[in-house]
Ligand binder design. Structure first.
Ligand code: UD1
Length: 354
């Protein structure tokens, strides 16, 4: 079986590494790296830490508007797929890399396997929501990370027979590095990440977030590795002075990120990936969005939506302080992404699928 697997943006390196490890011994595996993320700290460091083999093709698509980035990935994938003629292609999640590759493959009648299928925020203002909905409807086999994601797929008319085992390969990515996660027990800090366009591109929203963080930092450290998009916008909007109380870092590698998650008092983020990892490692969360794909986490203060109606960031912090033990226990009790070893089962399903 000749299989193409598509990586290229930071979360695809993380989540697909264990699938790649299992598939490379059991199929002829061709890795395409779209190059959506290209800085060493956004790409290579993850490839190295997760021991991903050198890609068969580098498509070098880089940044641009959504249409520019997605269409470049489509065109370059189509050329590569026409030459390589795989039996199937695997994409993960909701990035422009996944959409561009899936569209190119589907139109060449190459079956598309979708990992992390059925996540929905039901918010079409998010580019990721548009991407994931389209990918669902051009894919042939779907792997939902949670039971709720499977329900979403069934509700959109996907047949049960075309849905694989439930679970998320990130469980195995974390397990791969578990021995290297720091045991240092400094936990009096918030770990913060922000990169979604609706938070970074609107000056008032970004100013509100940064001034709230600055206030929070009076009582507890804020460790904030800055995504390139966010760094650019803070400079463009002239908001640098709002970072004065905050511990700013360049984007961190995966082992450091997992260590920061594990030992944080709590996480403040707009990242879906970090939400999954916080849930698996049992750390409470404040989400800088009005909604989340991981609705199971919205219980017992485990995860609060800072931009849902009537909420604000400082109220969420106050709630968390008042209910901290409940929040931590609720997050630790959640077990929604399956068990260690899920990636091998996903690969079994893929290789058995007719
Ligand atoms: C993308 C994904 C998002 C995922 C995130 C993780 C889409 C639509 N979004 O968002 O779902 O959560 O990756 O990081 O695919 N840049 C650099 N260096 C890099 C990469 C990007 O400077 O190595 C800059 C680019 O110039 C660009 C900006 O960061 O302006 C955004 O990058 P892009 O890949 O378009 O989207 P992300 O915001 O990273």
């Amino acid at each position: 079986m000749k299989i193409v697997i598509v990586i290229g943006a930071r979360p695809t390196f993380i989540d697909l590494a264990p699938i790649i490890h299992h598939l490379k011994d059991r199929s002829e595996l061709l890795i395409y790296n779209t190059g959506q993320h290209y800085d060493r700290e956004m790409a290579d460091i993850f490839i190295e830490q997760l021991d991903i083999p050198a890609p068969y093709r580098n498509l070098d698509s880089k940044s641009g508007t959504h249409a520019q980035q997605t269409s470049r990935i489509m065109v370059r994938c189509e050329e590569a797929l026409l030459e390589d003629k795989p039996d199937m292609i695997i994409v993960k999640g909701d990035t422009n890399s996944a959409l561009g590759a899936a569209l190119a493959a589907a139109k060449l009648k190459i079956p598309v396997i979708h990992i992390e299928a059925g996540c929905r925020s039901f918010d079409k203002t998010l580019p990721e929501e548009i991407n994931r909905v389209i990918i669902t409807h051009i894919s042939t086999l779907h792997f939902p990370p949670t039971t709720n994601c499977k329900v979403n797929l069934l509700n959109e008319g996907i047949k049960d027979a075309d849905i694989g085992i439930i679970g998320h390969p990130v469980i195995d990515s974390i397990n791969l590095l578990v021995d290297r996660i720091s045991n240092k027990r400094y936990n009096n800090y918030y770990y913060v990440t922000i990169h979604r366009d609706f938070n970074t591109d609107n000056k008032d929203r970004l100013r509100y977030i940064l001034s709230s963080l600055n206030k929070i930092a009076e009582n507890r450290d804020i460790i904030f590795p800055i995504h390139p998009r966010t760094k650019k916008r803070i400079e463009e909007h002239g908001l640098n002075e709002l970072l004065s109380n905050i511990i700013i870092k360049p984007p961190v590698d995966y082992i450091t990120s997992l260590s920061l998650i594990k030992h944080a008092y709590a996480i403040i983020t707009d990242s879906g990936g970090l939400t999954k990892e916080a849930c698996i490692l049992g750390t409470p969360l404040i989400t800088l969005r009005p909604n989340t794909e991981w609705i199971e986490t919205l219980q017992g203060y485990a995860n609060q939506l800072a931009f849902a109606d009537g909420n604000n960031i400082l109220d969420c912090i106050k709630n968390l302080d008042e209910h901290y033990e409940e929040a931590k226990a609720s997050m630790q009790a959640l077990n929604i992404f399956g068990q260690i070893g899920i990636s091998r089962h996903i690969v079994d399903n893929i290789l058995e699928y007719k």
